[in-house]
Design a protein around this ligand. Structure first.
Ligand code: C2E
Ligand code: CA
Ligand code: CA
Length: 952
């Protein structure tokens, strides 16, 4: 009871806030010119000149928040359209929203209403609603160019009648034709003025919006704000307007056959459970509750007669309906959908689930959840949300709560409607609703399968016609009839929960809107963090989580991991337009998903790199499945007229046990993938790779010590100007010199360090070495030159990077002009906002930024515009002789031209021959780096070169 009162106060409190907000909004009155269409029923004019109608009431409601006054401007559709475009009127309220129209107009977020496309006949014609036999062969009038004409074609096709179409330019002409008998029926939308015609079918519905010219963004923003508040304060406002102004909506529109069925139907026997208070319960031998109210409504609307029989549990009532002891059961929750033996109606209530627990429940470890009945959908939901749990099944809501009460379960997941009644019982005093779960159950009627389909149709039609406000009334009635010794005030307070839940039933619930929005936001964030935007597939992290779960829950199954990518994707990516390669990735993603069997997984790691978990039943079957995937890709590509033959590579790792870390499993498949080259399209992880892994493990065990022992050395590779002006800078590259003097090259340890995170330390270490080196040279007044330092993409999530790098330079007294940071384009694919911010920070302070390995990955020229970089470093692969050199040279030419366009400098790496240099000079690439000039040099050797240069 206490809780109810508290909620009540909250409600009032919020209403108070909204009201004061709206008052403050209404400071300056402004006159808004509203277009008013002669043939539309949305805004109409009385003979005395004043205006009325759905539109007028809606606009007045908006004025309560905005303080606007209105001037109505009459005109026809085309005229008003033009005036809106020119800004001669401010608002039109009846436009449907299309992409094309959005180019010219602004639209409100929420619809102003719904427009129904309907079929009308003359009032006096004896044609019933959906009287398809009568529709057969009719001449039907259409308005030219109406979108909904297509809907009608579909409707006629589905309903199986043929007709003769006659088209008209204006509604006027069409209506006149109906009156003259030239056509038998006309199609129009509910927005057009009613001409005393009778509705015989409704076949489509579409929302329309408030719209304004592009110059009026503020006006639309105000409407959006007002609409949001209307929804909060008067949730059923639009529906009530609709009911009031749409006479057809209230019509009971039974078809001929349905009408006959009702006439001849005997009293229908309905079973209900006596312990589902407040949905259904027994009082003085009669059925009471919300369900009862719904049946009363059905009776009123259709004329069907019902008698009610009570059963002790929901299960017993359901079984009675299945066996035919009764014709239907009053309340079935759709989460009991495994009830195949009954036909279910549309839901008539939608209620969220709540978690009920004891006040002091400890939620650590395995959680036992009490549920009523087995329910696949709910179980799936639970599996998504909870980590470790166990399900316990009971018959009735009370039994579930008892289980929680006795400590047999940590909490119960139960329909909030039922819980609100049950928890008021004194024996559940220590139980508490701890949260509303983001999962709704829907309550519907379950009809015995033997019953005529017509009955189901009648019930559905009636249930659908109940508006949210109608539903609210039903709940209020049901509660008012509940026997109680309490005073009215007490009873109201007592039933606050139910009243609130009535609100919960509607889609627009302001009390939980905050929570919903938050949940939605969290879900969106989760979606972004876990799922790839382009293909909708899992990202690496999510794949690993699900992989772990799959291996844990199915230890008996054998699996293989396939690491897939596209051979020479970077070429393809640069040759094709970005949209094209996106399309290809998307296509491949879909084909991969289609290839999956039950319980298998897929994910996209980045660019063209996919990871798949296939069930393993032998190598040949795996290879067959892989080939099939390859062929389906070729087929789809040729359908899209892509001539390039896309070759897939698969690295395969046969998963042996779940004891390895999931990222290591994926890594093994990746290592196998790297073995695919020169015609090898698939490769199974083998001893050779095992050996390689072993070496890596050894490296991993030594790396920290090596850093302490100063074994990582800086080598410098000079960069040259292409026009012969000599060295312009150098890149610092790491070399691991072991105690025995052997050199380990970065390719043997950088990928490993990127996986285990050690690269972050190493990068700062290298940077510090470079700063020290520059400092010592400056101190000795020896010549210096700009040095570039590589930063791994792993830094991209570091929000402190810019400041730290900048402070280190200050500490050593090194001017930022002497430092350049190289980042590969892959650094910009995740957490891009942060890395862009960090680089912006560094650049503002005078450091240079270059994009390394440009073209190697999945970047586009568009990237160039968004990244605050000064220099573009073209990947060495473009100069690789073995690649299609003509194509490559075109690409380099384009990249250079493009970079120049946006004032970036360009350097090409991997230059090995004089011809390559000549080519770069010709296309006006600024700088070059490569073995042709110099290999990466140890410190001492590089210093000599610098000295030589300064002495020239
Ligand atoms: P990168 O940044 O693209 O560096 C260029 C690589 O190309 C260097 O390999 C260099 O020795 C090599 N190279 C230079 N000129 C030529 C040429 O004309 N032909 C050929 N075929 N290769 C040439 P290196 O030093 O083995 O480094 C490999 C990669 O390791 C680097 O590629 C970089 O991604 C990474 N790396 C090296 N040092 C560091 C570091 O301190 N931090 C980070 N994060 N990565 C580093
Ligand atoms: Ca580099
Ligand atoms: Ca590079």
């Amino acid at each position: 009871m206490e809780r109810g009162t508290k909620w009540g106060i909250f409600v009032l409190f919020f209403i108070g806030i909204w009201l004061s907000l709206s008052v403050s909004l209404a400071a300056e009155p402004k006159t808004v010119r509203v277009g008013c269409m002669a043939e539309s029923s949305f805004i109409r004019q009385y003979a005395n000149g004043s205006y009325y109608g759905y539109g007028v009431e809606y606009l007045e409601k908006i004025a309560e928040y905005t303080g606007w006054e209105y001037e109505y401007v009459q005109g026809d559709f085309a005229g008003l359209w033009e005036m809106l475009e020119k800004g001669e009127i401010d608002l039109l309220c009846v436009l449907q929203r299309t992409e094309e129209r959005e180019k010219t107009f602004l639209f409100s977020e929420c619809p102003a209403g719904w427009e129904y496309s309907s079929l009308y006949v003359r009032e006096e014609d004896s044609i019933d609603y959906e009287d398809f036999e009568a529709f057969e062969g009719m001449r039907i009038g259409f308005l030219e160019g109406f979108q909904s004409n297509l809907d009608f074609i579909g409707y006629a096709g589905r309903s199986g009648f043929q007709y003769i179409a006659c088209s008209y330019q204006t509604a006027e002409e069409m209506n006149a034709a109906l009156e003259r008998g030239e056509v038998d029926a006309v199609t129009r939308t509910s927005l057009l003025l009613d001409r005393g015609q009778r509705l015989v079918a409704r076949y489509a519905a579409a929302p329309f919006y408030f719209s304004s010219g592009k110059q009026n963004a503020e006006l639309i923003a105000e409407i959006n704000a007002a609409q949001r508040q209307i929804r909060l304060e008067t949730p059923y406002f639009e529906e009530e307007l609709q009911e009031k102004y749409d006479p057809d909506l209230a019509d009971h529109t039974l078809t001929l056959a349905e009408g006959e069925y009702v006439q001849n139907a005997p009293v229908i026997r309905v079973g209900y459970s006596g312990d589902l208070d407040p949905v259904s319960y027994e009082q003085d031998g009669e059925m009471m509750g919300v369900s009862r109210e719904m049946f009363r409504h059905i009776s009123d609307k259709t004329g069907l007669q019902f008698s009610f029989l009570q059963y002790n549990t929901p299960g017993a009532a359901m079984n009675a309906a299945i066996s035919g002891n009764v014709d239907m059961v009053a309340c079935i929750e759709t989460r009991n959908l495994n009830v195949q033996e009954l036909s279910l109606t549309e839901p008539y209530f939608e209620v969220p689930l709540v978690m009920v627990a004891k006040n002091d429940t400890d939620m650590e470890g395995t959680i036992r959840i009490a549920l009523r009945g087995a329910d696949r959908e709910l179980e799936d939901y639970i599996a998504r949300v909870f980590e470790e749990y166990e399900l316990c099944y009971y018959q009735t809501p009370d039994e579930c709560l008892d289980a929680v009460w006795h400590g047999d379960a940590e909490f119960a997941l139960e329909n909030s409607f039922l819980v609100s009644s049950a928890t008021r019982k004194s024996r559940y005093a220590g139980l508490q609703v701890n949260m509303v779960v983001d999962y709704n159950t829907r309550i519907c009627i379950g009809v015995n399968r033997e019953k005529d389909d017509l009955l189901l149709g009648i019930l559905n039609k009636t249930l659908q016609s109940v508006t949210n406000s109608g539903r609210t009334q039903m709940v209020a009635h049901a509660l008012a009839k509940k026997r109680t010794e309490l005073s009215w005030a007490e009873m109201l307070a007592d039933h606050m929960d139910e009243l609130i839940i009535v609100f919960l039933c509607g889609a627009i619930v302001f009390l939980i809107i905050g929570r919903r929005v938050k949940q939605k936001k969290e879900r969106i964030l989760e979606q972004m963090a876990y799922y790839d935007e382009l293909t909708g597939m899992r990202k690496q992290e999510k794949f690993q989580l699900d992989l772990e779960r799959a291996l844990r829950t199915n230890p008996q199954r054998k699996y293989a991991l396939l690491y897939l990518n596209i051979d020479r994707f970077q070429y393809l990516n640069t040759v094709l337009r970005r949209e094209k390669s996106d399309e290809m990735i998307d296509l491949l993603g879909r084909l991969i998903n289609r290839s999956l069997w039950q319980g298998e997984l897929s994910g996209r790691l980045y660019a063209d790199h996919f990871i798949l978990l296939y069930e393993y039943r032998g190598r040949s079957e795996l290879l067959e499945r892989f080939e099939k995937l390859q062929h389906s890709l070729w087929e789809s590509m040729s359908e899209r007229e892509v001539s390039y033959k896309v070759v897939l590579h698969a690295g395969i790792y046969l998963v042996e046990g779940a004891e390895e870390r999931c990222e290591d499993l994926v890594y093994r498949a990746m290592l196998a993938n790297q073995m695919c080259q020169g015609g090898i399209e698939s490769y199974f992880f083998d001893e050779y790779l095992e050996e390689k892994l072993h070496k890596e493990l050894k490296i991993e065990s030594m790396m920290e010590e090596a850093l302490g022992k100063d074994e990582f050395k800086t080598f410098f590779q000079p960069k040259y100007s292409t026009d012969g002006e000599g060295i312009i800078g150098a890149e610092a590259l790491v070399r691991w010199i072991r105690e025995d003097g052997s050199i380990v090259y970065p390719n043997d340890f950088i990928p490993l360090f990127e996986r285990n995170g050690f690269i972050l330390q190493l990068d700062y270490y290298m940077y510090q070495k470079v700063l020290e080196w520059l400092r010592s040279r400056l101190d000795r007044q020896e010549p210096v030159i700009r040095i570039s330092v590589n930063l791994s993409r792993l830094h991209n999530g570091d929000t402190n990077m810019g400041m730290r790098l900048s402070e280190m330079a200050i500490e050593y007294g090194i001017p930022p002009e002497l430092i350049e940071f190289e980042l590969t384009e892959s650094a910009f694919t995740d957490h891009a906002d942060n890395i862009l911010e960090q680089l912006g920070y560094l650049r503002e302070r005078g450091f240079s930024i270059s994009i390394d390995d440009f073209g190697a990955g999945y970047s586009s020229l568009n990237l160039l515009r968004s990244v605050p970089a000064d220099i573009l470093k073209i990947d060495k692969a473009f100069l690789d002789e073995t690649e299609d050199s003509e194509r490559s040279s075109f690409i380099i030419r384009d990249i250079v031209a493009m970079a120049k366009d946006i004032h970036m400098e360009v350097i090409c790496e991997g230059v090995e021959t004089a011809e390559q240099l000549a080519f770069l000079r010709e296309i006006r690439c600024d700088y070059a780096q490569g073995y042709y000039f110099s290999r990466p040099l140890p410190e001492s050797r590089f210093e000599e070169i610098l000295m030589e240069r300064s002495s020239v």
